[in-house]
Design a protein around this ligand. Structure first.
Ligand SMILES: Cc1cc2nc3c(=O)[nH]c(=O)nc-3n(C[C@H](O)[C@H](O)[C@H](O)COP(=O)(O)OP(=O)(O)OC[C@H]3O[C@@H](n4cnc5c(N)ncnc54)[C@H](O)[C@@H]3O)c2cc1C
Length: 372
C-alpha cells in the first residue's frame, strides 16, 4: 500500500512526487512512456519555478534568453532586452522531464515507466489502480496525466471546464544564429501565434491556435515561418498536440484524489504556458496530500482553494486579455505589444516577475478604448 500513486511523470507529476517523497511519504509514479520521452512543447519556462524546489535546475536548462522579438504578420517588429532579475529558461522537454523525475527518485519516489494506469477503483478506503503489471494500491492518487490523459474522467471529473486549443511543434536540430532572440509572431494566425524558441542545440518552431478554428493549413503556415529562419520544415521532427486551456475555476479534488497540471486544465489561456502552473499544482497537491495523510481535515478541499486563489485569479485576467487581444489582433498588437513599455511587460510576465492582475487592467483599459 503506497501513501500516494502519481499518474504521469510530466512536470506536474514529478513535482508532486518530489515533494511527497521529500516529506517521507511512500510514492509510486506511473508513467506510460519511457523517459527520456519527447513532449511537443516550446520549452519556455519561467525562472520563478526555482523557488518551489531546493535543487539546481541548471543541468535541465538548454539555454536562457533575455532578448524578445515580437512581429505582426511577420513584420512591424519590436525587440526588447528584458530587464528582469532572471532570464527566461528554455528547456528540451525530454531532458527537463527526465531530470525532474530523477530528482523525485533521488528523494525515494519509485518510478514504474512503460506502465500505464488503465482503470481505477475505490475500495476499502484506498484506490486500486489497474496496470498491465497488475493492480497497485494507494491511499491517495494524483492524476497528472496531461492534456491527453483520461484519469480525471476515471475519477469522476466528467465535465471539466476548459477550452481546447492545439499546437504544432517542429524540433529543428540546427541551432539558429547565436543572437537569435525568443521570437513570437501575432496576426499570421488569427487567434494564435507562431514562435521560434532558441535552444543550445537547435530551435523549437511552432504554431499555436488558442481560440476558434483556423481556415489556413497550419503546417503550411509553419513551413513559411520556418523558411524565414532558413529552417526547412521537412527536415524537422514535427508533432501536433492538444492544449487544455484554463476556462474557469472548478473542483480539483475528490475522494482521496487530486488532479494536477494540464489534467486540471490550468494552462494559461493567453500564452499557452503550462509548465509553470503544472509544477505549481504539483507542489500544492503534494502539500495537500501530505497534510491529509497527517490527518488534516479538509486538506484536499484546500488544494482546490489554493489553486483558485494563486492560479485561477491570474488565469481569469489572462482569459480576458486573450479574448480581447485575439478578437482584433492588429489592435491588440498595436496597443498590447508595440505600445512603449508593453514589450518589457510581456517579458516580465513570461519571466514571472509581473502578474496579469498588475498589467491586465491597464491593457484592457487601452484595448477597450477606455470602456473597461
Ligand atoms: C506544442 C506545444 C508547445 C508548448 N509550449 C509551451 C512552452 O513553451 N512553455 C510552457 O510553459 N508550456 C508549453 N506548453 C504546454 C506544456 O507543454 C504542458 O502544459 C505541460 O507539459 C503540462 O504538464 P503536465 O505534467 O500536466 O503533463 P505532461 O507534460 O503532458 O505529462 C503527462 C504525462 O502523463 C503520462 N500519462 C498519460 N496518461 C497516462 C496513464 N494512463 N498512465 C501513466 N502515465 C500516463 C504521459 O505519458 C506524460 O508523460 C506547450 C504545449 C504544446 C502542445
Amino acid at each position: 500500500m503506497w501513501d500516494c500513486i502519481v499518474i504521469g511523470a510530466g512536470p506536474a507529476g514529478s513535482a508532486a512526487a518530489y515533494h511527497l517523497a521529500k516529506q517521507g511519504r511512500s510514492v509510486l509514479i506511473l508513467e506510460k512512456d519511457m523517459h527520456p520521452r519527447y513532449k511537443p512543447c516550446g520549452g519556455g519556462v519561467s525562472p520563478e519555478v526555482a523557488q518551489w524546489f531546493d535543487f539546481d535546475f541548471s543541468p535541465a536548462i538548454s539555454t536562457t534568453v533575455r532578448r524578445f522579438r515580437f512581429t505582426y504578420e511577420g513584420g512591424d517588429p519590436v525587440e526588447v532586452e528584458a530587464t528582469t532579475r532572471e532570464p527566461l529558461w528554455l528547456v528540451r522537454r525530454e531532458v527537463f522531464d527526465a531530470f525532474l523525475v530523477a530528482q523525485a527518485q533521488a528523494q525515494g519516489a519509485q518510478l514504474k515507466a512503460g506502465c500505464a494506469a488503465l482503470s481505477l477503483r475505490f475500495e476499502d478506503s484506498a484506490w486500486t489502480v489497474d496496470t498491465p503489471e497488475g493492480p497497485l494500491r494507494a491511499r491517495y492518487l494524483v492524476a497528472a496525466d496531461g492534456a491527453k490523459g483520461t484519469v480525471a474522467k476515471m475519477l469522476g471529473f466528467e465535465a471539466r471546464r476548459f477550452r481546447m486549443a492545439g499546437a504544432i511543434e517542429a524540433e529543428c536540430a540546427t541551432p539558429g544564429p547565436a543572437d537569435l532572440p525568443l521570437c513570437l509572431d501575432f496576426g499570421t494566425v488569427g487567434k494564435g501565434y507562431l514562435w521560434n524558441f532558441p535552444k543550445a542545440d537547435g530551435q523549437s518552431l511552432g504554431v499555436g491556435v488558442l481560440r476558434g478554428r483556423q481556415n489556413r493549413h497550419l503546417r503550411d503556415v509553419l513551413k513559411d515561418y520556418a523558411a524565414g529562419f532558413d529552417v526547412e520544415l521537412d527536415g524537422c521532427a514535427v508533432a501536433a498536440h492538444p492544449i487544455v486551456l484554463w476556462d474557469g475555476d472548478q473542483d480539483l479534488h475528490t475522494q482521496q484524489a487530486l488532479i494536477a497540471g494540464e489534467a486540471a486544465c490550468i494552462v494559461d489561456p493567453f500564452t499557452a504556458e503550462g509548465i509553470r502552473p503544472s509544477l505549481r499544482t504539483g507542489v500544492l497537491a503534494a502539500e495537500a496530500i501530505h497534510a491529509a495523510l497527517g490527518g488534516g481535515d479538509r486538506a484536499l478541499e484546500s488544494y482546490t482553494a489554493r489553486v483558485q486563489q494563486e492560479i485561477g485569479a491570474e488565469m481569469m485576467w489572462a482569459r480576458r486579455l486573450s479574448a480581447m487581444f485575439f478578437h482584433l489582433p492588429s489592435l491588440g498588437y498595436k496597443v498590447g505589444v508595440k505600445h512603449p513599455g508593453s514589450p518589457q511587460r510581456m517579458a516580465q510576465l513570461l519571466c514571472g516577475e509581473l502578474r496579469y492582475s498588475e498589467v491586465a487592467q491597464r491593457a484592457l483599459h487601452r484595448l477597450s478604448g477606455g470602456i473597461f
